[in-house]
Ligand binder design. Sequence first.
Ligand SMILES: C[S@@+](CC[C@H](N)C(=O)[O-])C[C@H]1O[C@@H](n2cnc3c(N)ncnc32)[C@H](O)[C@@H]1O
Length: 325
Amino acid sequence: MFGQTLRLFLVLFVACACALGGLGAVADEQVTQRPTGLLGGRKRLKGHTGHSSFRDSAITQDTMVERYRNLYAKYGQDLMKVKLRAGPCAAKGLSSDMELELAYLRIRDTRPSMVWEWSPNHGLSTIFILAALADNGHGQLIAFDVNENWHDSEACMGDQIEGRFRFVLGDVHNTFYELESEVGMPDYLFLDSWHSHIMGMWYVSEVFPKISKHTYVSLHDVHNPKFWGDSFDDKAFRDGRDLRLRPSWMATEEGMTVSDWLLYRSSVCGVYTAAKSRWPAVYDAMNNMRTIYMIEDVRVEGLHPEVQENSTLFFELLCDMDASA
Ligand SMILES: C[S@@+](CC[C@H](N)C(=O)[O-])C[C@H]1O[C@@H](n2cnc3c(N)ncnc32)[C@H](O)[C@@H]1O
């Protein structure tokens, strides 16, 4: 009896596997092989421009470290030059060493056509974004802020700024609509602006729904263990986080708002972080891997580097769409 049931199960299993294989074959017609690069050999959507993507639903530590290892190997020399050039302009920056590297490498790898940066402040992150676009020989950067502090980094940008950079002064709640109607939506959003729940709610409900093509996003200060509060006037903000109430792995207010929104989206992929507070094993593994390229020998230290600890959350939106659409 048991033997018969087992045989029946095996027959059904083989039949299902064949049927799925057939479906797979149909699905395979929709894809082409990625010729080279970080995801060499993996399948990608037909018509996709060649932008690399973490399209896996779950990104393991090994996958992430391996992919960045390839990027350090490929672009490490260029990156070292950018770090050396950025050093003199770094003093007032609010991004940490490794995440500036990851920003540069991800833009080299994904080759966006238009990056929007909210917001540059003194422009440390801007130097790295601009350098990646210039080194790609492709892509524009539009930076939005309520102040013009980015000029502090102008000397370190050199001629990379020519024909590649535009600054938009004003509250992004207004300027976003002006730029969106003028130039359309970007394919890379670099978010590091006002880290409040209200800000997060605004852009997940007003800005993200306007995205209609595959778009790369990075959101700074999601896993910043010292950071809490909607306003610089808040006592909670000044005092930092009460670790009894909000453990250090917990996202900030803006971070929680956005990650909650992401949870309910179907076409999101490539969600990962190398934040020390959220995923210390990845942070350590990434740091170890970086030592091979001696990249950490040239540190770019902004203000309070110890506070940031690589706080960025990376993700991709509309992963099933063509980035060039
Ligand atoms: C954390 S800083 C950016 C740091 C920068 N990415 C770096 O690497 O040093 C945040 C910036 O967001 C700007 N900002 C905040 N709210 C804004 C708004 N509603 N519109 C435009 N810029 C805003 C601030 O003026 C500030 O310059």
